[in-house]
Unconditional design. Structure first.
Lengths: 100, 478
């Protein structure tokens, strides 16, 4: 119990953000019309590409060859997620725009 | 020490940028849920991402050390950008669901790699103070597990949607899956309760965990039938979000934390919405039981009656109300453009044409809307199934093009059917039904469809595009 409380106090800000973000996420998309489900999923998919920042950080401090290779891979994959995600979402939405 | 003020400025700029990024993600996501603002929303989120990346390059530092290896990182980013861009631009709209799954897997893999690399470098002071049972270790292990499961699962989902991997259904699998899940959680507890000087002593355990997570990800998606695949992709999407958030927790990085959790929770809600549309419980999807009993169903349904192109053309031209039910077959045949041409022709003849869109028509919720939008079909003609159903008894002809499960009456009649309870488009209520189909094959859920044997149903066999082309020519000549 003490460990748990210590953990909570140590990370209370992060826990705060997590809880608020959960509600925010639910709130933000709960009224989305079914027609936008696919683009929305794709857009959300691009947003979690934010993991690229972690990849940059880990690669930026990599020292051994092994970790450089893994870091390189992580950055490539993360970038794929970001770029591919946003571009494909845009392509989908571009089609919606054409009609009046 | 002289550098301190400068570092503070950098830190402040970095944190402010992350706040702006988070806000842009939230606004972007919000705008993505309205048709008119969606594209701008996507663009805003992308700007947020670019800002966060640049700020990280310039201002991030660990114990005073700035980001190194910048050249290599840039090379990696250029490679990722080129590949991602080319794939995203080239892929056919029908292959969209696989693609989302693929990109999702990439994100999951990146998160898992980060965890793997960070694990041996957990600060010894932290371990000396609070042992392995601390937030950082937990974030790393969860990031590894969730990211890996998401990657492995997404790759299987990708292969399945692409038709490269079949279903594998063995009854015992749900127990195997549950056991693996329990094992993984137990393993996390095991690692966190070890007493060591440095986390690197436990590195081999991390590889075991990685291997088991891969196995779980594969087995988790393997038994799930094609009809459930959208739910799985959406779920894995939110997994990757959570995995990214673990990275945010680890690095105390607000942009990663908010972005990841936002996707995690929005993705979960989206998953629930999809489950509702298909009347499936999320729990059943997760432990991997879908139907599967469908194959055993008796085929006995009498005979099917065919209709000729010219008869179909006449029937359609002299109707008042026509409802088109498009399915994946239409998309695969790339027939959405010619279909729109037919509906314009009929419109000129005074026939009222509407499209009935089932929430899961295509391979993903909303997938069919994207495909029809590609063919310039106006919004107003697209009607959701709940709204169109009361209208169907007054409809002269329902044209089912390459759809199957979404019009299957078994969902209402047959409690033993795996799709029983799924809301359907009640095509059988219409006065006439024309079903365009390549052959008598079963739908994605592999269930017999009694609609085809209905007295009011006429079958028009052949490739959807060719059949529609013939129909258009015939209607023009009338």
């Amino acid at each position: 119990m003490e460990d748990f409380l210590k953990f909570f106090l140590l990370h209370r800000e992060a826990i705060f953000i997590v809880i608020l973000s959960i509600f925010l996420g639910i709130e933000v998309i709960s009224h989305v019309p079914a027609i936008l489900h696919t683009p929305l999923m794709s857009g959300a998919n691009a947003i979690h590409g934010v993991v690229i920042i972690g990849a940059i950080i880990v690669m930026g401090h990599a020292e051994t060859t092994g970790s450089l290779i893994l870091g390189f891979l992580a950055v490539v994959l993360g970038t794929l997620n970001v770029v591919g995600g946003f571009v494909v979402t845009d392509r989908m939405l571009e089609m919606f725009k054409k009609k009046k | 020490m002289n550098q301190l003020p400068q570092l503070y400025t950098g830190d402040a700029i970095l944190e402010i940028t992350y706040i702006i990024t988070s806000v842009l993600f939230i606004i972007g996501l919000k705008m993505l849920s309205h048709p008119l603002t969606a594209r701008r929303g996507n663009f805003l989120a992308a700007i947020g991402m670019v800002m966060a990346i640049i700020a990280t390059f310039l201002f991030h530092h660990k114990d005073g050390k700035p980001i190194g290896n910048i050249g290599l990182i840039l090379v990696a980013m250029v490679i990722g950008t080129i590949i991602g861009w080319v794939i995203a631009k080239r892929v056919k709209m029908t292959a969209m669901p696989q693609l989302v799954s693929f990109f999702n897997g990439m994100g999951g893999a990146a998160a898992a790699l980060i965890s793997m690399m960070e694990f041996p470098h957990i600060r010894p002071e932290l371990i000396a103070k609070s042992g392995m049972a601390n937030g950082e270790v937990l974030a790393i292990l969860l990031g590894l597990m969730i990211g890996t499961v998401s990657w492995a699962g997404s790759m299987i989902a990708f292969g399945k949607l692409d038709g490269k991997i079949g279903d594998l259904r063995i009854k015992a699998m749900r127990y195997v899956n549950l056991t693996l899940l329990v094992f993984l959680i137990g393993f996390i507890v095991f690692i966190m309760t070890r007493h060591v000087q440095a986390s690197s002593e436990l590195t081999p355990l991390i590889y075991v965990m990685f291997a088991v997570s891969v196995l779980y990800g594969v087995l988790f998606v393997m038994p799930i039938g094609g009809a459930d695949m959208p739910v799985v992709i959406s779920l894995l999407n939110s997994f990757t979000g959570v995995a990214a958030a673990m990275g945010g927790f680890l690095y105390n990085n607000q942009a990663m934390l908010t972005g990841g959790i936002l996707v995690g929770s929005a993705g979960t809600i989206l998953t629930v919405l999809m489950c509702k549309a298909m009347n499936r419980s999320l729990f059943n999807v997760i432990i991997g039981v879908f139907g599967g009993t469908g194959e055993a169903h008796a085929d006995g349904g009498g005979t099917v009656k065919e209709i000729s192109i010219s008869d179909a053309a006449v029937l359609l031209s002299y109707s008042k109300k026509v409802v088109i039910v498009p399915g994946y077959g239409l998309a695969v045949a790339q027939a959405q453009h010619i279909c729109h041409e037919m509906d314009k022709l009929l419109d000129e003849k005074g026939v009222e044409v509407k499209y009935a869109i089932h929430p899961v028509a295509g391979r993903m919720p909303g997938h069919m809307n994207v495909l029809l939008a590609e063919a310039d079909v106006p919004y107003e003609e697209l009607v959701e199934s709940d709204e169109i159903n009361p209208d169907l008894p007054n409809t002269d002809v329902v044209v089912v093009i390459g759809a199957n499960d979404v019009v299957n009456p078994a969902a209402e009649d047959d409690p033993s059917s795996p799709i029983y309870g799924m809301p359907i488009i009640k095509a059988r209520d219409a006065k006439n039904i024309i079903v365009m189909k390549r052959g008598m094959g079963k739908g994605y859920a592999a269930i017999e469809n009694m609609l085809f044997f209905n007295d009011k149903t006429r079958m028009l066999f052949g490739d959807a595009k060719a059949s529609l082309q013939n129909l258009v020519n015939e209607i023009k000549d009338l």
